[in-house]
Design a protein around this ligand. Structure first.
Ligand SMILES: *[C@@H]1O[C@H](CO)[C@@H](O)[C@H](O)[C@H]1NC(C)=O
Ligand SMILES: *[C@@H]1O[C@H](CO)[C@@H](O)[C@H](O)[C@H]1NC(C)=O
Ligand SMILES: *[C@@H]1O[C@H](CO)[C@@H](O)[C@H](O)[C@H]1NC(C)=O
Ligand SMILES: *[C@@H]1O[C@H](CO)[C@@H](O)[C@H](O)[C@H]1NC(C)=O
Ligand SMILES: *[C@@H]1O[C@H](CO)[C@@H](O)[C@H](O)[C@H]1NC(C)=O
Ligand SMILES: *[C@@H]1O[C@H](CO)[C@@H](O)[C@H](O)[C@H]1NC(C)=O
Ligand SMILES: *[C@@H]1O[C@H](CO)[C@@H](O)[C@H](O)[C@H]1NC(C)=O
Length: 848
């Protein structure tokens, strides 16, 4: 049996690499995706190409492959590709064909989720804003204007893929494709038009003859031949709408996105692995991690409103392209374990039997004799010992064990063999000097953005308050609403002793109120409520008074029925309150003067070349609406680079003309939030369960891709809205720090140690330590304990028992080596004499 399994593994490897060179058929049945006539158990991960740079793509794809993925999944971002109707752009980060070809070169498949509505926490859900202005259009429903546009763009993308032979049916990597996106979540709100629309979309997609299957996620009524799929934190209970469709999970949320002013969510890997294993246990054959690499919402691409610039998502590969360990490694081990079960899983369906309360076993037993089993304990608290096939297995609470031969446990979702590698930002001090690892910044120059209307040619006057998005068409975050009021000295508004307030009701997202040229108040909504009201104390004077209200958007909505019609700006009313006689004066229907965007935007200041910049007399600090510019040298080396915006309020930043994104360190998560250093992975996860960063800025560091930098002479331009001190801006590199491992004596041996005879080989629990880079060696052991150590990486402490010998053993095995392997046994490490306690080995080490 061992021999036949080894042969099967080799065979599958050959099949995977061969299939990309020649055309293969892709189909599905009730069990799986069928590629070249063979059912497959597959692992997929999302990488959105515009959320990184083409320079980063090969490494991200390589790390995905090493992590055990078969498929890379991406959405297609219509708004980037067709910024103006009929004018397409597929350059740089938008080079979809290049991305797909790189995936193919790596020997991986690709799932192309065209949408073209993609949600994705992306500005306007990926729709170009011009759609909104087409006469008669209604988005995502049975509307001819919309359907014609959707079909045209879908055909454009499919045509490009075909032209480049990128479908598997042409020898390319694309094995799956998606039309629409999560429409079933909200389709009831579109009434009787919803079903005809979804049927039309299915038929339209099918008519494109791509030669590969289409999916519709979260669409229970998806018509044949669309495969309806599941998105969520768990999808083991999902069933497709026909026995002839396989059970696919298009979005296993590996974490969650973050929003300005909120703490940052994360999801423990034990729970991600549990969710994935439960899915495969329950007949699932394809899942996709959303995200596998989240990346960055550069420039103005983030949706929301209030989605942060970072789209890290707590993914297995972090925003900067570094492995997030142990998440990446523990899932890699899971994928190996699942692949060992593939033959049995594709030959049959799972047979599930209860083994007690919240305990069950699923057996895949093929007629050929292949057998794989999953043992699950989905109790939130109680560990258990179960008996299966006459053998006894310990099953920690909220865990699944995988037995590729129905006998040996090769993996348990709660037992993490993978090492932890801490990542950190290493400050690169902003001084000039000879040390090449130090960033040198030249002195700052600035441009004071005028308050109020400054582009007289473009300003326009209208009675009443306009809606912001309709007015700006999202060409800018900014819209000025200006009013001037001439008061004579006897005006009741100037009456001694009364404090006049300007009352404003905004429908979102943010607002700065200037009175007679000075910032008098500001307001903002939040991701849970875009709307807000403000009462701004007025300092009115006899004569001409100006009220300049700068409204801003912070990423357009991307989710919900009719999200495309959500509004922003001053909804009204605008009133003076606080008059001596108690009445209010309404200003809403006055003749307001409007200006879309800022003068600095029109001057093209963001490229750092245009415009007249001041450099004297003195650098203005803490002044609202100020543009700043400097040049800097890049940090030496190859580590990813970040800008730390400590000291700044809110704004936009550009490096060498590339939009870094919105920055907003002044938006701080509440300190009384539900944050904790560790989070109990046991029990059902939700995006509010595990949070970090309470009392801190939601985002302080902002990714600057290496490929946007030159060694010296880089330009940084910053538009500060609220007021800040640019001399406090600093640079950092993203580095791997301490590595840690913790393995208990009841863990299965790491899958990396199983050879092709894995089923017959008896291996011991083992700690495999490895430096992040092959050029590094383990320099120093910070902590070693074999016994019952407590805490997490960087904070381990000894428990009540420990072996005296362990440190010496580890030192001999590991110091000076790039990697080392340590048997976690009493024979090897000495007896710590911990009565009745499961012993663990914990190690913290520095590489260098
Ligand atoms: C797996 O599929 C078989 C056949 O459709 C079915 O009988 C069984 O209940 C399924 N198991 C689960 C957990 O869905
Ligand atoms: C499922 O497993 C149970 C318990 O082992 C067994 O009695 C039953 O015959 C199996 N069912 C199928 C369809 O194999
Ligand atoms: C340069 O800076 C690095 C990092 O701060 C430091 O480790 C190194 O000693 C410095 N080298 C010199 C020559 O000052
Ligand atoms: C925005 O413009 C559209 C079409 O121009 C119009 O139908 C709609 O009523 C406007 N919405 C608002 C809130 O002004
Ligand atoms: C008041 O000031 C505004 C802005 O400076 C100007 O456009 C307007 O003409 C002035 N109105 C009067 C009555 O002086
Ligand atoms: C209060 O004073 C304002 C400003 O003079 C005036 O327009 C309004 O009519 C007064 N309201 C009442 C109830 O007297
Ligand atoms: C260990 O377990 C045994 C059996 O349950 C018990 O008799 C003994 O007291 C325990 N020892 C300690 C130190 O808890």
């Amino acid at each position: 049996m061992a021999g036949s399994r080894a042969a099967a593994v080799v065979f599958l490897l050959l099949a995977a690499s061969a299939s990309l060179c020649t055309a293969v058929s892709v189909d599905y049945d009730g069990r799986a995706l069928v590629i070249d006539g063979k059912r497959r158990v597959l692992v997929s991960g999302s990488i959105h190409y515009p959320r990184s740079t083409p320079d980063m793509w090969p490494d991200l794809i390589k790390k995905s492959k090493e992590g055990g993925l078969d498929i890379i999944e991406t959405y297609v971002f219509w708004d980037m590709h067709e910024p103006v109707r009929g004018q397409y752009d597929f350059t740089e980060r938008k080079d979809l064909v290049k991305f797909v070809k790189l995936v193919a070169e790596a020997g991986l498949y690709l799932h192309l989720r065209i949408g073209p509505y993609v949600c994705a926490e992306w500005n306007y859900g990926g729709f170009p804003l011009w759609l909104h202005f087409l006469p008669g259009i209604q988005l995502r429903t049975d509307n001819d204007v919309y359907k014609a546009e959707m079909q045209r763009f879908t055909a454009k993308i499919v045509g490009m893929m075909k032209q480049n032979n990128l479908y598997a049916s042409q020898g390319g990597p694309i094995v799956l494709s998606q039309i629409e996106n999560e429409y079933g979540n909200i389709d009831w709100q579109y009434g009787s038009s919803a079903k005809p629309y979804i049927d039309w979309a299915a038929q339209m997609a099918t008519s494109m003859n791509t030669g590969v299957p289409w999916v519709m996620c979260q669409q229970n009524n998806a018509p044949d031949p669309m495969i309806n799929t599941c998105n969520g934190f768990y999808c083991d209970q999902f069933t497709p709408n026909s026995p002839s469709k396989p059970k696919f999970w298009t979005e296993l949320w590996s974490g969650w996105f973050s929003a300005w002013g909120n703490p940052v969510p994360y999801r423990p890997v034990e729970d991600v692995a549990f969710a994935a294993a439960r899915f495969y246990q329950n007949n699932g054959t394809l899942l996709n991690y959303y995200m596998y690499h989240g990346g960055t919402n550069f420039a103005r691409t983030s949706g929301g409103p209030f989605i942060t610039t970072s789209y890290d998502y707590d993914s297995p590969i972090d925003e900067y392209g570094l492995l997030r360990q142990p998440k990446w490694g523990h899932l890699k081990d899971l994928h190996k374990a699942i692949k060992l079960c593939e033959e049995a899983m594709v030959s049959t369906v799972g047979n599930t039997t209860s083994l007690g309360q919240n305990l069950e076993v699923t057996v895949y037993r093929a007629e050929s004799g292949e057998c794989a089993a999953f043992l699950a304990n989905f109790d939130w608290q109680l560990d258990a010992t179960v008996t299966f096939n006459g053998n006894s297995y310990d099953l920690p609470a909220w865990s699944v064990s995988i037995l590729p031969d129905c006998k040996n446990v090769v993996y348990n979702t709660a037992k993490v063999n993978a090492i932890t590698a801490l990542t950190k930002f290493v400050p690169q001090t902003s001084q000039s000097g000879s040390n090449s690892s130090v960033v040198s910044l030249s002195s700052w120059s600035w441009f004071k953005e005028p308050v109020g209307i400054s582009l007289n040619k473009e300003a326009f006057v209208l009675p009443g308050l306009v809606e912001q998005i309709n007015t700006t068409a999202d060409k800018s975050d900014f819209l000025w609403y200006s009013l001037s009021i001439d008061l004579n000295a006897n005006d009741p508004l100037l009456k001694e002793g009364s404090q006049i307030l300007l009352h404003l009701d905004s429908v979102g997202h943010g607002l700065y109120a200037f009175v007679n040229g000075d910032l008098a108040g500001s307001g903002k909504g939040s991701s849970s409520n875009n709307k807000f009201s403000m009462d701004v104390p007025m300092n009115l004077e006899p004569g001409n008074n100006t009220i300049d209200l700068l409204c801003l958007t912070v990423g357009l909505s991307n989710y919900g029925a009719f999200f495309d019609t959500y509004t922003a700006g001053i909804g009204g009313p605008v009133q003076f309150k606080g008059l001596a006689n108690g009445s209010t004066i309404d200003l809403s229907s006055q003749q307001w003067t409007y200006q879309v965007g800022l003068k600095g935007e029109q001057l093209g200041l963001s490229n750092g070349v245009s415009g007249q910049w001041d450099s004297q007399p003195a650098l203005p600090k803490n002044t609202p609406l100020t543009w700043y510019k400097t040049t800097f040298s890049a940090p030496a080396g190859n580590s990813p680079v970040a800008i730390d915006f400590t000291g700044m309020g809110k704004g936009h930043a550009w490096v060498n003309g590339h939009g870094i994104g919105r920055y907003w360190p002044a938006n701080v998560a509440p300190s009384n939030g539900n944050c904790a250093d560790t989070c109990n992975y046991r029990g059902s996860y939700s995006n509010n369960k595990c949070l970090k960063g309470c009392g801190k800025p939601t985002q302080q560091q902002y990714h600057v891709p290496r490929s946007w930098l030159k060694p010296t002479g880089n330009t940084l331009v910053v538009l500060e809205e609220i007021g800040g001190d640019p001399t406090m801006i600093s640079f950092a590199t993203r580095e791997l720090g301490l590595i840690c491992g913790k393995v208990s004596e009841n863990y299965p041996a790491p899958l990396d140690l199983w050879d092709s005879n894995y089923l017959t080989r008896v291996t011991k629990p083992t700690l495999l330590l490895e430096c992040p880079s092959p050029s590094q060696v383990i320099k120093r052991l910070q902590f070693v304990s074999f016994g019952n150590p407590h805490g997490g990486c960087g904070g381990y402490t000894h428990g009540r028992c420990r072996s005296k010998r362990a440190r010496r053993v580890i030192h001999r095995a590991c110091t000076g080596k790039t990697k080392c392997s340590i048997d976690v046994t009493v024979e090897n490490l000495g007896d710590p004499n911990c009565e009745n306690v499961t012993k663990s080995l914990a190690v913290e080490a520095f590489c260098g």
